[in-house]
Design a binder for this molecule. Structure first.
Ligand SMILES: Cc1cc2nc3c(=O)[nH]c(=O)nc-3n(C[C@H](O)[C@H](O)[C@H](O)COP(=O)(O)OP(=O)(O)OC[C@H]3O[C@@H](n4cnc5c(N)ncnc54)[C@H](O)[C@@H]3O)c2cc1C
Length: 290
C-alpha cells in the first residue's frame, strides 16, 4: 500500500487536487471502506486526498430543511436531537453501522459514495427524497440521490468530483419514518436485507398521502420499491394493505444468493420487514398524535 497523501485546507484546494488526480486519486473521509479496499488490493491509487481539514463539511443544519455535510459521522446522526422524532429512521440506520469505532469516524458521505448495495444509511436518505451536492472543477451541481447511485460501488460522481453535502425537506405533521435491518447476528453485521420506510397521512389522518419505501442488499444498488409505494398512496393503511405493500416490495426486489443468505430468504425477509416498517410508521404517527 503506497500512495501520496494530501491534506487540503479549503474546498477550492480539494477540488483542484481532485481534478488533477482524476482516477489516480480518491478522497478520504473516515477511511472505514477506502483503507480496507486499498489494503485488500482492490484499489491501487497514487493519491489519497484527506478531507478532514476542509472547513464546513461536517455541519448539521436542521432548522427547516435539513442539510448534512458529507463528513457528518454516523455517531453525529445518532446523537442529534432533531432526529429523535419524525426522522427517527436516520438514527436507526446510523446506530447499526458497524461498532462504535466505525461509527465515530465513518461518514454519511462515505456511505453514499462507497455505493454498497447493503449500505444502511442510504436507504433512509432515499425515503427522504434527498438531493446531493457535488463540487468539481466545473462548479457545483445538485442531483437526486435516487439516480446518483448507479451500480455496486458506482455513482454519478465525475472523476475528481467530491460530494460536499446533502439536503432533504422537513417532514410535515402526520409523518413518521422507520428503519429495520436483518443480519446474521445482532451487531457488527453487514445487512442481509435492510428496509427504510416513510409514511405521511392525509389531513384527516385516514389515508396514506405519501409513501416511500427503500430496500438494501436486494438489488445492485439500494433502491426504492415504487410499485409498493404507489399501491398504498391514497389508501387506508389497514393491516391487509400494509401486507400487500410488503408483498409488492418483495416482488420488486432482485436479490442474489451469496454467503450471507439465499435469494429466496432475502425475498421473504423483504416482505416481512416492509410490512413491519410501515406498521411501525403508523404506530409512531398515532403515538405522536395521542
Ligand atoms: C468493521 C466494519 C463494519 C461496517 N459495518 C457497516 C454496516 O453495518 N453498515 C454500513 O452501511 N456500512 C458498514 N461499514 C462500511 C463503512 O463504515 C460505511 O460505509 C461508512 O459510512 C463509510 O464512510 P467513510 O467516511 O469511512 O468512507 P471512506 O472509507 O473514507 O470512503 C468510502 C468511499 O467514498 C469516497 N468518499 C468518501 N467521502 C467522499 C466525499 N465527500 N466525496 C467524494 N468521495 C468520497 C472514498 O473515496 C471511498 O471511495 C462497515 C465498515 C467496517 C470497517
Amino acid at each position: 500500500m503506497s500512495f501520496e497523501y494530501h491534506e487540503p485546507t479549503s474546498l477550492a484546494e480539494a477540488v483542484d487536487l481532485g481534478a488533477r488526480f482524476g482516477a489516480d486519486g480518491r478522497f478520504l473521509a473516515g477511511g472505514t471502506d477506502l483503507i480496507i479496499q486499498i489494503r485488500r488490493g482492490k484499489l491501487r491509487l497514487r493519491h489519497v486526498v484527506g478531507l478532514h481539514r476542509v472547513p464546513g463539511l461536517d455541519g448539521i443544519d436542521a432548522n427547516g430543511s435539513v442539510t448534512l455535510g458529507a463528513l457528518v459521522t454516523h455517531r453525529a446522526l445518532e446523537r442529534h436531537s432533531a432526529f429523535q422524532g419524525r426522522l427517527r429512521a436516520l438514527v436507526e440506520g446510523a446506530e447499526v453501522v458497524g461498532g462504535h469505532q466505525v461509527r465515530n469516524v465513518g461518514t454519511v458521505g462515505g456511505n453514499i459514495v462507497n455505493a454498497s448495495p447493503a449500505a444502511d444509511v442510504t436507504p433512509v436518505l432515499l425515503t427522504l427524497d434527498t438531493t446531493v451536492t457535488c463540487a468539481g472543477r466545473g462548479g457545483e451541481r445538485t442531483l437526486p440521490l435516487d439516480g446518483f447511485l448507479v451500480g455496486p460501488g458506482q455513482t454519478a460522481l465525475r472523476p475528481g468530483e467530491l460530494l460536499t453535502g446533502l439536503r432533504f425537506s422537513a417532514l410535515p405533521g402526520r409523518s413518521a419514518t422507520a428503519f429495520l435491518k436483518a443480519g446474521r447476528r445482532k451487531a457488527m453485521e453487514i445487512s442481509v436485507v435492510c428496509v427504510a420506510a416513510r409514511l405521511t397521512l392525509d389531513a384527516a389522518g385516514e389515508r396514506c398521502a405519501e409513501v416511500r419505501i427503500a430496500l438494501g442488499a436486494v438489488a445492485p444498488t439500494t433502491r426504492r420499491a415504487r410499485a409498493a409505494e404507489r399501491a398504498l398512496e391514497g389508501r387506508v393503511p389497514t393491516p391487509d394493505a400494509l401486507r400487500a405493500a410488503g408483498r409488492l416490495a418483495a416482488a420488486e426486489s432482485q436479490p442474489i444468493s451469496d454467503v450471507r443468505a439465499s435469494a429466496r430468504y432475502r425475498t421473504l425477509v423483504v416482505e416481512t420487514l416492509v410490512t413491519r416498517a410501515l406498521t411501525r410508521c403508523l404506530e409512531r404517527i398515532r403515538d405522536a398524535a395521542s
